[in-house]
Design a protein around this ligand. Structure first.
Ligand SMILES: Nc1ncnc2c1ncn2[C@@H]1O[C@H](COP(=O)(O)OP(=O)(O)OP(=O)(O)O)[C@@H](O)[C@H]1O
Length: 295
């Protein structure tokens, strides 16, 4: 479906991609990981036909630079950095929907699911939204249309936990209909979403692994935590995850989106000395099967 063949990209003397070979097939959801400056966004820009590069990039046999509109008609794209658009939100949604032949109400519907009321912001210039609001709108535009290729460059970086959960749910709904290329510099952010991990380092592929496709992206974990003593830093962090204090700062309850479980446990590991009980239960499953007692 998508092929990168010996793709080399230079910015003046700086060789940023040094001969990338990748063959992406239907059904694949790829985490494109790597540290800052590894070349993830550059590779994505080559796929979108924005950069001239050496080697070949093909989308079902078409070169994105010479067949830009055919290729982009198939791609839902969330950029890492929001463009500085002055257009009001209402107009932007209508414009985006007309360009990709979609119904603006589909995009508005996704924005609402993500917790952004597009009507309340319809006159507000896009550029004046907060970082998270911009990201929600860009996601709504990318996902509120037909696209069999989703290219998401650090899509969840600015989302609050509830919006992240909904975002994963929407991706879950699309997982049988679209190839996904999701860039992140942290694998734990996207691990549960994907079935292949490609790591770039200084412009070359250093790891390319197909991984088990087992986690239900749509799952939700009900979590109850107990800690040895109330602590301000912990309370702040866990509140950011939407947890509520169920007992003098010692017991916390909340919900974690399935695909977020690794990131959540990573966060908890910072408080390993404090946490003395974790109970995680998957919602809507057989009681015995769903209980995961970690401590
Ligand atoms: N337009 C440009 N002109 C010159 N150099 C660039 C340009 N875009 C990217 N680079 C360089 O290419 C390298 C790769 O950048 P890229 O944005 O692809 O990395 P990345 O893996 O997406 O990083 P991050 O995780 O920080 O977003 C960096 O060294 C960057 O400085």
């Amino acid at each position: 479906m998508i092929q990168f063949q010996q793709v080399v990209k230079r910015f003046r003397r700086n060789k940023v991609l040094t001969g990338i070979d990748l063959d992406i097939r239907p059904g694949e959801r790829i985490a494109l990981v790597g540290s800052n400056g590894a070349g993830k966004t550059t590779l994505i820009r080559c796929l979108l036909g924005e950069y001239v590069c050496d080697g070949k990039v093909l989308v079902d046999g078409l070169e994105p630079r010479t067949h830009r509109s055919e290729v982009l008609a198939r791609v839902g794209f969330v950029p890492q950095l929001p463009p500085p658009l002055k257009m009001p939100v209402g107009q932007l949604i209508r414009f985006a929907a007309s360009v990709c032949d979609s119904d603006p109400e589909r995009m508005r519907g996704i924005a609402r699911r993500l917790g952004l009321d597009p009507d309340a912001f319809r006159r507000q210039p896009f550029v004046k939204l907060s970082g998270g609001q911009k990201q929600k709108l860009l996601i709504s535009i990318a996902l509120g249309r037909d696209a069999d290729i989703l290219v998401l460059d650090e899509p969840a970086a600015n989302l609050d936990p509830e919006a992240r959960h909904v975002f994963f749910q929407i991706l879950a709904e699309k997982k049988d209909h679209a190839v996904m290329l999701i860039s992140s510099h942290r694998l734990d952010e996207v691990a549960s979403l994907v079935n292949r991990v490609v790591e770039l380092d200084r412009g070359r592929v250093v790891l390319d692994d197909r991984v088990a496709d087992t986690v239900d992206m749509d799952s939700v974990l009900e979590v109850r935590l107990s800690i040895a003593r109330p602590e301000e830093a912990f309370a702040r962090t866990i509140t950011e995850w939407g947890f509520l204090d169920g007992g003098d700062g010692r017991v916390w309850e909340g919900r974690v989106a399935g695909p977020d479980r690794l990131r959540f446990l990573g966060m908890l590991s910072r408080y390993a000395g404090l946490v003395n009980g974790i109970n995680m239960e998957e919602e809507g499953e057989d009681a015995d099967a769903r209980v995961t007692r970690l401590a």
